[in-house]
Ligand binder design. Sequence first.
Ligand code: PAN
Ligand code: ZN
Length: 189
Amino acid sequence: MSELYPAEVIIDPTTGAVSPATGRYAKYLSELSGIFSNSDAWSRAIQDENDPLVYEVIECKQEGSDLFFGTTTMQPGKIGEEFYMTRGHFHEDRTKGEVYCTLSGQGLLLLEDRQGCCSTVEMRKGSIAFIPPDWAHRSINCGPIPLVFTWVCSVAAGHDYGQILQRGMRKLIVEREGEIEVVTNPKFD
Ligand code: PAN
Ligand code: ZN
């Protein structure tokens, strides 16, 4: 194992910029096939809005550390009655949880365990969401500005996208007549 040193890392709470960063990726709408219920609205938005950026993940990892952290910055936007959201995943290592600290914007963290128990945690500036081990998690930007949060996780956690990608999550976050609602995904009715 390499030697580890204390470090200060600066995070910009409104842009999610991480300095220094060791990795990053962006997800554009065309890369989120099958995530949104309304696939016609999804295709239309890719065309009409020229494949917009949905979210960006920036990480800071010290080689040899058991923990790493980073930011996710989610743009505001909607596809049909659903808001922009992340893919959602379980961790490969079922014993590893995670913590999300919201820095800016407002949204919801949607969680679900293997037995189908569902939960939401509000995401707003200063809030910390605890994600227990083996709960799938997806973040949703329900507001008009970017939703920026810091996540802290075990390096060993890994991502398991398969189940959520195939079946979706049991609950959808939708806007109906100006109200944000948690509704049952018709695929699970
Ligand atoms: C986060 C997520 C990030 C993007 O770092 O990976 O917000 O979401 P998806 O990975 O679901 O697209 C995290 O939960 N890491 O474990
Ligand atoms: Zn995670």
